[in-house]
Design a protein around this ligand. Structure first.
Ligand SMILES: Nc1nc2c(ncn2[C@@H]2O[C@H](COP(=O)(O)OP(=O)(O)OP(=O)(O)O)[C@@H](O)[C@H]2O)c(=O)[nH]1
Ligand SMILES: [Mg+2]
Ligand SMILES: [Zn+2]
Length: 367
């Protein structure tokens, strides 16, 4: 079962492109440059002939450059060099954007002016290298929520129990990561609560799909070296349900971090997040990580149903041989994905998760 082994290399190294300045731009001149639309980072002004580049260099004169560490009501914390500033947003940046829940995201590169001791006003937001997004919840369900900007990797954290293991949720995060062209990894925490090791099959499955996967116990200090290696020297974001142990894992691998941890092991009811806001943290062993508050439901932002298969590496690969292009791999005849499923080359749980997500996205498109 599941003989698929991921061969596909990552399409390109975004970090290198970013460092080469290829992806930089000025959102004031091109608001769309703020996001990597539909997951594809766009090149903005890459040649010196581009008149926007000069204007943008001039307009940043006298401003400090920093990174958004966390966002509170009305202001945010920004790190610049080794100092932190409390910053407000200039009016132009707070102007209502009909599609976004917030103008600013944790991890954003910003340019700000000093307005007091340790206080600044954000004048510009740099183009985003990558974004991890979801749909807003409740009344904000038509808005895009940016979970993190400019990260290299998403580490999806789940627990064996308390709260129970949710493979469908993992797949949603993996799709959001693939769609945003981010690396993704999986961490199965609280293995101390599953001495039979029933999580091992899932661990192997994610590995065979090409996702680094580790099994840990934050409280019993198991598997923590592997978890460290997922984070070392990268900028990562931890994502997953409330109570799975994201903050516990971070304090276990880096005792310098003082994060609020839930006193109760299982978090099942609404509104009991131990972590209230996403925050960007510096790791003593190298790298940065964004700890996020857990969410109950993860709804994908703006992935067209027809593009979903592209975010399941094994389905994308077998799908190249389907008779119809594009093929939904749900109802068509001569579907190479269904043939691979029959032959035991695709994990049934992954195919089922694909079909259910495909139908959900299709339903949404009809509305
Ligand atoms: N048994 C066991 N409990 C754990 C483990 N890791 C964390 N916990 C407990 O699980 C609870 C939730 O941990 P947190 O670190 O606050 O979880 P979180 O994912 O950060 O939750 P939010 O901040 O609400 O999103 C706490 O009571 C931890 O002590 C583990 O490996 N094993
Ligand atoms: Mg937390
Ligand atoms: Zn097909």
């Amino acid at each position: 079962m599941g003989r698929y082994r991921r061969k596909r290399p990552r399409p390109r190294d975004l970090t290198q492109r970013y460092e080469a300045g290829e992806l930089d731009g000025d959102p004031h001149l091109d608001r769309d440059a703020l996001d990597a639309p539909r997951g594809k980072p766009r090149k903005v002004g890459t040649t010196s002939e581009d008149p926007r580049l000069d204007r943008h260099a001039r307009s940043r004169e006298g401003l400090l450059e920093g990174t958004v560490l966390s966002i509170g009501p009305g202001s945010c914390r920004v790190r610049s060099g080794d100092k932190e500033y409390a910053c407000v947003l200039r009016g132009i940046l707070t102007a209502k954007d009909s599609r976004r829940q917030t103008v600013l995201a944790v991890g954003d590169k910003v340019y700000f002016s000093l307005i007091g001791d340790g206080e600044g006003a954000i004048e510009q937001v740099g183009a985003r290298r990558t974004i991890l997004t979801r749909r807003g919840t409740g009344p904000r369900s038509r808005l895009q929520h940016i979970i993190a900007a400019n990260v290299d990797r998403v580490v999806v954290v789940v627990s064996t129990r308390e709260p129970s293991f949710r493979p469908r949720l993992i797949d949603r995060y993996l799709v959001a990561a693939e769609y945003g062209e981010l690396e993704a990894a999986v961490c199965i925490n609280k293995i101390d609560l599953d001495p039979q090791g029933s999580y091992e099959e899932a661990l192997e499955m994610y590995r065979s799909l090409g996702y680094p996967a580790v099994a840990t116990s934050a409280t019993e200090a198991m598997g923590l070296d592997g978890f460290c290696e997922l984070l070392r020297d990268k900028t990562s974001v931890l994502a997953g349900q409330s109570g799975v142990g994201k903050s516990s894992l971070l304090t276990a691998v880096d005792p310098q971090l003082t994060l609020k941890i839930s006193r109760i092991s299982s978090r099942t009811s609404k509104g009991q997040h131990a972590t209230k806001n996403a925050s960007l943290l510096s790791l003593s062993f190298g790298g940065y990580v964004i700890d996020t508050p857990g969410i109950r439901q993860f709804s994908l932002w703006d992935v067209p149903a027809v593009d979903l298969a592209g975010s399941y590496p094994e389905i994308a690969e077998f799908g190249m041989d389907c008779r119809f292009q594009p093929c939904s791999h749900v109802k068509e005849i001569d579907c190479a994905v269904k043939a691979a499923l029959e032959a035991g080359e695709i994990f049934p749980t992954r195919y089922e998760s694909y079909v259910s997500l495909y139908q959900e996205l299709l339903e949404r498109e009809k509305k």
